[in-house]
Design a binder for this molecule. Structure first.
Ligand SMILES: Cc1ncc(C[n+]2csc(CCOP(=O)(O)OP(=O)(O)O)c2C)c(N)n1
Ligand code: SF4
Length: 340
């Protein structure tokens, strides 16, 4: 466990990750729970505090970097992942966390997002998905469901929304998890699993914005409906849901099928987040109401060499070859020509 020298070697606690800044989110915003869990999880990670870095873009969600007592950069809209990639490449020992919103990450920052997933940079990317631009007062985001009325779609959104899991897994993310903002135990578990994973970890948090999309996740996360409408995946365990865990899933051709367990021989599909093939993970990430419950927990977690290791081994091998002794040799090493 990481200890704090200034604190006579005592282990770090949640308090050590609370900054002195006043938290300025609306009362009841789902961001508070994410902050509280991050402070607790960071204490439990046992990583050196001075090597922990929080980077955000712009949005209500991105303000979290002020409230976490780590080194931090509140960067520019959509660019947190680019800044984080640079930091991780410069110092691979850093424990880098990116905090971003569905607007920040999936709209203006969408390009950085897919390329981080593709490269497998060892970043933990937490996306606060409230399905709206909160900070700028309620414009549609790329995850706003069709038909939802927003400031930019007063008749109801007419766009097909992104499914974050589908984009992340499709772009090559080696870790994808989804978790609601009202399940502190699962939030902490997922953050710890992401921390321990080498490579790009994408965590979608279904976060409630009480002002612009209040209750948008209610069907999935509400006390009365969650047993039926969400399924919490556990590695190596049968996929079960329903009040009495009476439902499961089966593979039917190329699709998943919802089953009533007592009618089926052989029980439910067993979850394997570590399977290299993406097919089943994509199918799980895409499940949505009303036909299926929404999948929570770690959907995909596969081993793949992180980007910074590949870059640093390429640098080492180039230096080892000794092709260039100075910058002049380097400039004159490739195709050069003289303009006369
Ligand atoms: C280059 C640029 N374009 C637009 C904006 C305005 N802007 C600030 S935050 C934001 C959207 C934030 O939405 P989201 O990422 O979903 O975060 P939330 O506020 O909902 O947490 C926009 C469009 C900006 N700051 N910079
Ligand atoms: S506008 Fe929404 S997302 Fe922003 S602080 Fe308020 S409740 Fe939270």
């Amino acid at each position: 466990m990481q200890t704090d020298a200034k604190n006579n070697g005592a282990a770090l606690t949640t308090k050590d990750f609370k900054s002195d800044q006043a938290v300025r989110w609306c009362p009841g915003c789902g961001d508070y729970m994410i902050l509280a869990i991050m402070q607790k999880a960071m204490a439990n990670m046992g990583h050196k505090k001075e090597n922990t870095l929080s980077i955000s873009g712009i949005g209500c969600s991105s303000r979290i970097t002020y409230y976490l007592d780590t080194y931090g950069i509140h960067s520019i809209h959509g660019r947190a992942i680019a800044v984080a990639t640079g930091a991780k490449l410069a110092n691979p020992d850093l424990n880098v966390w990116v905090f971003t919103g569905d607007g920040d990450c999936m709209a203006i920052g969408g390009n950085h997002f897919i390329h981080a997933c593709r490269r497998n940079v060892d970043l933990n990317i937490v996306i606060f998905n409230n399905k709206i631009y909160g900070m700028t007062k309620g414009q549609s985001s790329p995850t706003t469901p069709e038909g939802v009325k927003t400031k930019t779609a007063p008749e109801g959104s007419y766009e097909n929304p992104f499914n974050i899991g589908e984009i992340a897994i499709g772009a090559g993310a080696s870790f994808f998890a989804r978790v609601p903002d009202n399940d502190p135990k699962l939030l902490e578990d997922v953050m710890m699993q992401a921390y321990n994973h080498k490579g790009t970890s994408v965590i979608e948090v279904l976060q409630n914005c009480v002002i612009f999309t209040d209750g948008i996740h209610e069907q999935i996360t509400g006390r009365e409906t969650k047993d039926e409408n969400q399924v919490i995946l556990e590695q190596g365990q049968p996929i079960l849901f329903g009040k009495e865990k009476e439902h499961g899933l089966k593979v039917d051709g190329m699709r998943l099928k919802k089953i009533i367990l007592e009618n089926e021989i052989g029980g439910s599909l067993v979850h394997d987040a570590e399977e290299a093939d993406v097919l089943q993970h994509l199918a799980l990430a895409k499940m949505q109401l009303p036909d299926f419950p929404v999948a929570m927990g770690v959907i995909r977690k596969v081993e793949s060499k992180p980007f910074e290791e590949r870059v640093h081994s390429a640098i080492k091998s180039a230096k080892g070859r000794g092709d260039f002794n100075n910058i002049n040799d380097l400039f004159r090493s490739g195709s050069t020509w003289e303009i006369s």
